[in-house]
Design a protein around this ligand. Structure first.
Ligand code: ZN
Length: 156
């Protein structure tokens, strides 16, 4: 079992490298990420949360549809919605975040094939949250430093 990297570990703030060749190692990491996400009842997990600086993420919003993302990029977005969000790396912290309501994402699958994915609502939110992780962006980066300080002092 892999432990989830917690804030303020520096790895969570780093930009992840794109995967150039999808091999066995990447497949294994994605497998491990999915297992860790399910065990922790999360709706998504990004590689840096397991201490790996690669653009890999998994998402499952509870409908047993596991999506594995490699080098995901948002190519279109539409509408906005504000909802409270948490993160497995920052326990007990929930922050209202405005995100796109519908997105179109380009990604590679674990066989190295490119695919397009359309997502809305919670699925879109979960994917955007994970893509943020791959860029070193966390939910607490959406609020101002004073509020962030107060929230983190209270909860972590
Ligand atoms: Zn997170």
């Amino acid at each position: 079992m892999s432990a989830i990297v917690k804030y303020p570990n520096r790895i969570l703030k780093s930009r992840c490298s794109p995967v150039t060749i999808v091999g066995e190692e990447e497949k294994e990491i994605l497998q491990k990420m999915a297992k860790t996400m399910y065990l922790n009842r999360g709706v998504g997990l990004a590689a840096p949360q397991l201490g790996i600086r690669k653009q890999l993420a998994v998402v499952d919003i509870g409908d047993n549809k596991l999506t594995k993302l490699i080098n995901p990029v948002v190519v279109e977005s539409e509408g906005t919605e504000t909802m409270e969000e948490g993160c497995l790396s920052i326990p007990n912290v929930y922050i209202k975040i405005k995100r796109a309501k519908r997105i179109k994402v380009k990604s590679f699958d674990e066989n190295g094939r490119e695919f397009n994915l359309e997502a809305a609502d919670l699925l879109a939110r979960a994917i955007l949250h994970e893509i943020d992780h791959l860029k070193g962006r966390l939910i607490i980066d959406y609020i101002n430093p004073i509020k962030r300080f107060l929230i983190l002092r209270k909860n972590t």
